[in-house]
Structure formats: structure tokens, C-alpha cells
Design a protein around this ligand. Structure first.
Ligand code: FAD
Length: 596
């Protein structure tokens, strides 16, 4: 565990400050107890989930709830529940580790994460003492299973526009909830529903804890889906469902805030699950590539296949680095808030809210890395990749939902920039000073100073420059477009991609630097290579996004000057990335699994 005094960092600040490797957590630092928890998860998947994937996907009656019960017996549903409610009270990064490992569990992973996340956390973080005492212990063991009812047929991304109504019954003791909810994960077997509805003509949603036994609840049959077929997904109808007044969660009209804050946690955990799923797919792909012979040689001998393996690994390594870095930032922020006297539940929410930008970035990056990995996984399997009898079929179909739920990737990209700009306007994040400094630097003669060939010197310079490029484009877009920027979605997406590449590439670098400090350079050759491969993508992609934005909103001399700046800030010394990929592939092939 980290022992140095950490510099506290605020959400979104990565773009304007330099982070030291000492200040980040890396997954290699998980302690023995955390490793044991991870091993318990792996053992559970091997014993209970992998042998039953087909049965799970046919939604065999009672199977998924019984798996949840078994996971509950092992304590896997109570990892982040405080001990006073019968859980283990582990920190955020430990719960991320569980999400990561269980993420390889296909539909089971979705059921577990909906239950422990969006199903349980609203009560844990917003419930009063009585509500927590009644519900949390049973949710922690799995005796009661939970679902989250926000989406409606006409209210998806625009979640606050829901039509479900709650009105006070004549007895004054109950709200009667009426409305239709759609796409409800765990709907078929949940005992508890977190339901969002508007009381009378309120502008904003209110959240309620609804028990299945309250009555007035009916459901459509299971949805037929492209993937995660074993996950129960239902439309849920509330017909004058009587909910005791005391089951309102938090305050009237606070529901949208609850929904948004719980989704922050869901987003970063989704990224963790996507990383776990990706690693498992890479394992499967390497196995196959080593076994499958064509032209008398294993296909893993071919450069085209090696390229894929190395790219898959580099992307996973980078996003994993960012995920646990952000997880630790959340843990640190929580500790600081609690030390300052804040109530634990409030501190949990506040700490995640502080890093909402990073959560949005990670949701997008985790899900898109997973989609890249499963797509190449299918390709490595060739015709067998297209066979429903082979494992890539399920992996490919199951991955796709991750870009849609917990806020679509479009919405999360928009949010990434929107949240940063709002923080800048509130004076919480000083984007304008560094952006102005970059604009001034553009007018100056470039610094052709001595090349520093110390380890990481080149990468640090690249990261510094990528930040400058992002600040230059974002700053100019704000100045030029002002209020209309919020309507320029393509430009916002470009800026989101630039900021995300900065964050993920920097995280890969910091992790590698810390590892080198811990283990020595020779032991980290593989990780150094993964970092270098990712930098090639990050620099190129960031330049492309910047160029498209500049072409869209700048003209003439201004555009020319910024294009010169963009090229200057996205310069990278040539190196033989093909040879580096070969080395990574060689390691993967020799280990016959993802080995970083
Ligand atoms: C399998 C599954 C499980 C789910 N589980 C749950 C659950 O347990 N509980 C729950 O409440 N919900 C759940 N959902 C719902 C999910 O969160 C929504 O599907 C998602 O938020 C998108 O909403 P939508 O489907 O209405 O798409 P829409 O909002 O109609 O979006 C359609 C497209 O338009 C884009 N779009 C929408 N608005 C904008 C905008 N302002 N700017 C730019 N682009 C935009 C979107 O990005 C998307 O590409 C689940 C969905 C699925 C498929």
C-alpha cells in the first residue's frame, strides 16, 4: 500500500496538473486480502458460472437467483456494505476489483452488478436509518434481490422526463405509483425495486423503495435480446402500487440527483467489469491462436494475429491503469471527507461525484476497449468466431450492451466536457489560465531544448503536450462558440476524446513508472512496451480529434496557427512500434494468457 503523503487531486484536474507516480494506485499493489477476495470471485465463476453459461442464457427457472444466493453466501454481495449492516465494509477499489473479476461472468456479472450497484446503493447512500436497517442486511446476503426502475418507453437518455406518477392515497399513509418502466435488469426475480416517479405535477423525480409484495405490479415477459440473454430484463408496470410514505428515499424531487449520483458509481464499475471481460476474451483468443494451425503453423506465429493480440493487451492495460487510479482518487477523497467530519454515506457520494468526469471517461473507454477486444477475438477465431458453438459468439453479443446502458457513450462523452466546463465556470477547475498560456505559447518560438533520454522523459513530454493540445482546442472552442458550444455535439465529442486519451495514456505511463520503481526496469519490459503501443494510438487519435474540431470552428490564419500548434503538440519520436508489438505478442503467446 502507498505510504507517501499523497497530493490531493480534484476531479478533472488531470488536464491541468502533473501527477506524480507516487500519487497513483496501481493494481499490482492490491494486498493479500484483496487478492484473496479476487481469487474467491475467480473460483466462484469457475465452479458456478462457466459450467452453466448455456443454462443461464436460456433463463432456466430459478438458476440466476440461486447463483445470486450462492454469491451472497460467499459474501460477494456485501463487499462494500458497511459492517454494521452485515457487510465487509471494503474500500471502493476493492469493490472495483470484484467488479473486474466478476466482469468475465457474462449475464451473471450484469445481474450481480445491477443488484449490488443501482439496486442496493440508493438505499445505502440515501436511505434513512430505518430504511437501511430494514433493507441493507437482506440485500447484502442476497435474501432480497434488487432492481432499479428509471427508464421508460419514452424516457431513456432524458431520464428526468419520465411519466410515472405518484399520488398520495386518501389514507395519507401511501403513495400510489402508476406508470411503465422498461428494460429493468433483474426485473423477473427482484424483491425490491428502486422506482423513480413524479409526485403530482413535480418537475423532478422522487425515488421510492418498492417491495414486490406491495401489490399493483405486473410484468411483460422477458425481452428477447441480442446478448446478455441470461440477464432478466422486463417491462414493469405499476398500477396504483401502494407504497408506504416512509418508503420515499431521501427528499421529494431529489430522485434525479440520486439517479445521477448512483450512475457515477455504476459507470466506473462498468469499466471495471469491461476490463475483466476483456482479459478473459484475450485469454481465450491467445489459447486459440496457439492451438489453431494453418499453413502448418499456429496462427499465433503470424504478424497479423500478433498485432491484434498486442493491441488488445495495450488497450486493456491502459484503461485498467486509469480505472484503478480513479478508484483510489475516490477512496482518498472519501477518507478526507470522513476525516473532516462528513457522514460516511454522504462522503461516498461526494467522493464519487468529485470524480464524475473520470467515471464518464472510463465508462466510454472501458466499453469501447471491450468492443474492440471482442471484435478482434471473433476475428482471431475465424469461422469459429462466427459459430454459436464457440465462446466468442457469446462474448461478442454480451459486450455490446455496455455502450448503451449506464448512460449511452454519446451522453457520457457530452457529459465529460459539460461537467468540466461547468466546474471551470464555478471556479473549481481553472481551465482558462492554462488554456490562455497555451495560446500565448503558440505565438512563441518552439522550444527545441536538449532531448532528455531518461526513462519516461519522452512520455512525460508527450503527455504535457497532449494536455496543451486539448486545452488549446477546448479553450478556443469556448471562446469562439460561447453559449452555442453546448449545441455543437461533434466538437464536444472531439474534445471529450482528446481529454480521455490524455487521461488514459497518462494513467498507463504513471502505472508503468511506479512499477519500474517497484520492480526495476528489466522486470517491466512488457509494461513499458504496452505503454508505448498505447501512446502511438493516443497521439494519433488525439491529433485527429483536434484537427476535426479546429476545421469545424476555426478559419483562416487562426486555424492555420492552431493547426501548427496541434502538430507541434502531437509530435512523437519515431520508433519501431511493429517490433514492440511483436515483443508483447511473444510474451502473451508464451504465457498463453493475458499476463500483465
Ligand atoms: C439490456 C438492458 C438493460 C437495462 N437495464 C436497465 C435497468 O436496470 N434500469 C433502468 O432504469 N434502465 C435500464 N436500461 C435502459 C438503458 O439505461 C437505456 O436504454 C439507455 O439509457 C438509453 O436510453 P434509450 O434506450 O431510451 O435510448 P435513447 O435515449 O432513445 O437514445 C437513442 C440514441 O440517441 C442518442 N441520444 C439520445 N439523446 C441524445 C442527445 N441529447 N444527444 C446526442 N445523442 C443522444 C443515444 O446516445 C442513442 O445513441 C437497460 C437497457 C438495456 C438494453
Amino acid at each position: 500500500m502507498e505510504t507517501t503523503d499523497k497530493k490531493t487531486i480534484k476531479g478533472g484536474e488531470f488536464l491541468i496538473t502533473e501527477t506524480n507516480y507516487q500519487d497513483v494506485f496501481i493494481p499490482e499493489e492490491f494486498d493479500e486480502e484483496q487478492q484473496m477476495i479476487a481469487q474467491t470471485c475467480r473460483d466462484f465463476l469457475s465452479a458456478e458460472v462457466y459450467p452453466n453459461l448455456d443454462r443461464i442464457d436460456t433463463q432456466e427457472e430459478g438458476l440466476m437467483p440461486s447463483l445470486m444466493d450462492k454469491a451472497g453466501e460467499l459474501g460477494l454481495l456485501g463487499v462494500s456494505i458497511p459492517e454494521e449492516y452485515g457487510g465487509f465494509g471494503k474500500n471502493f477499489n476493492t469493490s472495483m476489483l470484484v467488479a473486474d473479476v466478476i466482469g468475465a461472468g457474462h449475464s451473471f456479472a450484469v445481474a450481480l452488478s445491477a443488484h449490488t450497484g443501482i439496486g442496493t446503493l440508493p438505499i445505502l447512500y440515501y436511505g434513512n436509518a430505518e430504511q437501511k436497517e430494514k433493507y441493507i442486511p437482506k440485500l447484502g446476503t442476497g435474501e432480497w434481490k434488487a432492481a432499479y426502475c428509471l427508464t421508460e418507453p419514452n424516457s431513456g437518455s432524458d431520464a428526468n422526463s419520465g411519466k410515472t406518477k405518484a399520488k398520495l392515497a386518501d389514507d395519507g399513509q401511501h403513495y400510489l405509483i402508476t406508470g411503465q418502466k422498461m428494460w429493468i435488469t433483474n426485473g423477473g426475480f427482484a424483491d425490491i425495486f428502486i422506482v423513480f416517479a413524479k409526485i403530482d405535477d413535480d418537475a423532478n423525480l422522487t425515488a421510492f423503495i418498492v417491495e414486490r409484495g406491495f401489490g399493483g405490479i405486473t410484468m411483460n415477459p422477458e425481452e428477447h435480446k441480442m446478448g446478455i440473454k441470461g440477464s432478466s430484463t422486463r417491462q414493469v408496470f405499476f398500477n396504483d402500487c401502494p407504497v408506504p410514505v416512509k418508503n420515499m428515499l431521501s427528499d421529494r424531487q431529489n430522485g434525479f440527483k440520486i439517479a445521477v449520483n448512483i450512475l457515477n458509481i455504476g459507470r466506473i464499475k462498468l469499466a471495471a467489469a469491461a476490463i475483466g471481460a476483456s482479459k478473459s476474451v484475450i485469454d481465450t483468443a491467445i489459447n486459440y491462436a496457439n492451438e489453431r494451425l494453418q499453413f502448418d503453423r499456429p496462427i499465433s506465429k503470424y504478424g497479423a494475429i500478433r498485432y491484434k493480440l498486442a493491441e488488445m493487451a495495450a488497450k486493456v492495460y491502459a484503461v485498467e491503469s486509469a480505472n484503478y487510479r480513479a478508484g483510489q482518487n475516490i477512496d482518498d477523497a472519501y477518507d478526507a471527507l470522513v476525516a473532516a467530519g462528513m457522514d460516511a454515506s454522504k462522503a461516498k457520494l461526494k467522493s464519487t461525484e468529485q470524480f464524475a468526469v473520470e467515471c464518464a471517461i472510463l465508462k466510454v473507454w472501458g466499453s469501447e476497449v471491450l468492443d474492440y477486444v471482442v471484435d478482434e477475438g471473433v476475428q482471431i477465431y475465424g469461422g469459429m468466431g462466427f459459430s454459436a458453438e464457440a465462446p466468442m459468439d457469446r462474448a461478442y453479443r454480451d459486450a455490446r450492451i455496455n455502450r448503451i446502458f449506464e448512460g449511452t457513450n454519446e451522453i457520457n462523452r457530452l457529459l465529460t466536457v459539460d461537467m468540466m466546463l461547468k466546474r471551470a465556470m464555478k471556479g473549481e477547475l481553472d481551465l482558462m489560465t492554462p488554456a490562455t498560456a497555451v495560446a500565448a505559447e503558440l505565438m512563441s518560438i518552439p522550444d527545441f531544448g536538449e532531448e532528455d533520454d531518461a526513462l519516461f522523459a519522452a512520455e512525460k513530454k508527450i503527455i504535457k503536450n497532449l494536455k496543451k493540445a486539448t486545452l488549446m482546442v477546448a479553450g478556443a472552442a469556448v471562446q469562439k462558440l460561447m453559449m452555442s458550444l453546448s449545441k455543437e455535439q461533434e466538437i464536444l465529442m472531439n474534445i471529450a476524446d482528446m481529454a480521455s486519451y490524455v487521461y488514459v495514456a497518462e494513467s498507463a505511463m504513471l502505472r508503468t513508472e511506479k512499477l519500474v520503481q517497484l520492480r526495476g526496469e528489466a522486470a517491466c519490459e512488457g509494461q513499458l512496451n504496452l505503454m508505448r503501443i498505447y501512446f502511438v494510438e493516443a497521439v494519433d487519435a488525439l491529433q485527429k480529434a483536434g484537427k476535426e474540431a479546429l476545421w469545424a470552428f476555426a478559419e483562416g490564419d487562426e486555424q492555420r496557427m492552431m493547426m501548427v500548434g496541434l502538430r507541434r503538440f502531437t509530435k512523437m519520436e519515431a520508433f519501431n512500434v511493429k517490433a514492440v508489438r511483436q515483443q508483447v505478442a511473444q510474451q502473451l503467446i508464451a504465457a498463453n494468457k493475458y499476463c500483465y
